[in-house]
Design a protein around this ligand. Structure first.
Ligand code: FUL
Length: 420
């Protein structure tokens, strides 16, 4: 029986959770100012924006080859520079020498995403360091600007899947969210909004790529930004799946001086277990360089990462089809014994999250005794459980506490070994 009060995801939230892995792209005028930091005092000129070889196809193709399903580009970051020729500012690509001011990074990005079957998303910083009316002295003028720019982005580029609102810098600023959200929902009813205003998914609360255990889908508060410790209390419980955004290097935007900080494959694999493996999405950032390309080392590392993920999880020893549901337990019984070191479980979330506690019990290979080897809390979208290698004849998943009848949509067993 499913309890009436159990919160359920929308169809677009369910779809989002299945994407699992995406590419975050920080690119803009700031790319051309070495060492520029968030809320930098230095002024910047659009005349410096001139990627010599911009290729959004390289971004999208690399993402696709790595197994990513979506990408989010900074349409406008905190510095206020618009990566599209917005008619509401003179601080955009239109004032740059790039393509004689006729270029549009947002357009090239969304078109190439579609080309490679990557869902396009746009980051839009509510904070704006360039619009002098941003400050609370004239919040209404800034709301107008916000709505006008969002209207351009959500009208001129087709279906946009994600609108990513970064809270950083906005602490204490009052926006007319009602007006802004009405605009967004009217223009693109299926868009997913990140973390602010009327969110569809939430920030995991750190920029390290780590989701906790348990990472529930239903929450009553959200983390706002890295500059604010207190969480924002929501008016009611909401289904808000978590996303883990994390950098490939030490900086979000390209820098000449941090190539040595490109994360190792080992560290990235760890992040995968701690994010996707805990039921959250992983949004991994790369800052394209001054040519407008993903830097070689980052591109290679991302491809290695994607290959390592699929190598690990492409060949299960058994899946749900090989299991039987008996008296509320999902049981696998092998003809032969197997070495296993991973158990991956997915809950069908269509009607909400049910599992609150579970155990994994193996039937030992020689004496065929049931032995519990793992106690878990939630399963949610996906739980990747890594155990020391163990030879088993059978494996049983038992849900020991749940809200209503749990539906398991996948349970698979793997022997991955020591490989990377
Ligand atoms: C932070 C920002 O201030 C960074 O520049 C970056 O955009 C990151 C995703 O969010 O809070």
């Amino acid at each position: 029986m499913i309890t009436e009060q159990r919160l359920k995801p929308t169809a677009r939230q369910l779809e989002f959770q299945d994407w699992e892995f995406g590419l975050f792209i920080h690119f803009g005028l700031r790319t051309f100012y070495e060492g520029y930091v968030d809320f930098d005092e230095r002024s910047m000129s659009p005349t410096e924006f001139n990627p010599t070889n911009l290729d959004c196809g390289q971004w999208a193709k690399t993402a696709q080859q790595a197994g990513m399903k979506y990408a989010v580009l900074t349409a406008k970051h905190h510095d206020g520079f618009s990566n599209w020729p917005s008619q509401y500012t003179d601080f955009s690509v239109a004032q740059s020498p790039w393509k004689d001011g006729q270029g549009d990074v947002v357009r090239e990005f969304v078109e190439q995403c579609r080309q490679y079957d990557i869902k396009p998303g746009l980051y839009y910083s509510p904070y704006d360091g360039a619009a002098d009316f941003y400050s609370n002295k004239d919040p209404k003028a800034y709301d107008d600007y916000f709505v006008n720019q969002i209207t351009e982005l959500l009208t001129n580029y087709g279906d946009i899947k994600v609108l990513w609102f970064d809270g950083a810098g906005s602490e204490g600023h009052e926006y007319d969210w009602k007006r802004i959200v009405t605009t967004i929902r009217t223009l693109q009813p299926n868009i997913l909004i990140f973390n602010m205003a009327d969110p569809d998914f939430r920030w995991v609360g750190n920029e390290d790529g780590i989701a906790p255990i348990p990472c529930w889908n239903v929450v009553d508060n959200i983390d706002y930004s890295i500059y604010k410790d207190e969480q924002e209390q929501l008016a009611k419980d909401l289904w808000l799946p978590a996303e883990c955004d994390v950098q490939m290097r030490a900086n979000w935007f390209y820098s000449d001086s941090d190539e040595h900080t490109v994360k190792s494959l080992e560290e990235l694999m760890g992040l995968y277990y701690h994010s996707v493996g805990h039921g959250a999405n992983l949004l991994l950032n790369i800052g394209p360089d001054r040519e407008g390309l993903l830097p070689k080392k980052d591109e290679q590392r991302l491809l290695e990462f994607g290959a390592a993920i699929s190598k690990r999880f492409a060949n299960p020893l058994a899946t749900l089809k090989d299991c039987q549901l008996r008296e509320g337990k999902w049981e696998y019984w092998g003809e032969k014994s197997h070495l296993i070191d991973h158990i991956v479980i997915e809950e069908d979330l269509t009607n909400g999250e049910s599992v609150q506690q579970f155990t994994i019990t193996v039937t030992t290979a020689k004496t065929q005794r049931p032995t519990t080897i793992y106690h878990g809390i939630n399963i949610g979208h996906k739980a990747i459980i890594r155990v020391p290698p163990i030879r088993v004849k059978g494996v049983t998943l038992e849900i020991t506490k749940s809200d209503g009848e749990p539906i398991i949509r996948e349970m698979s067993l793997y022997h991955v070994g020591e490989q990377f």
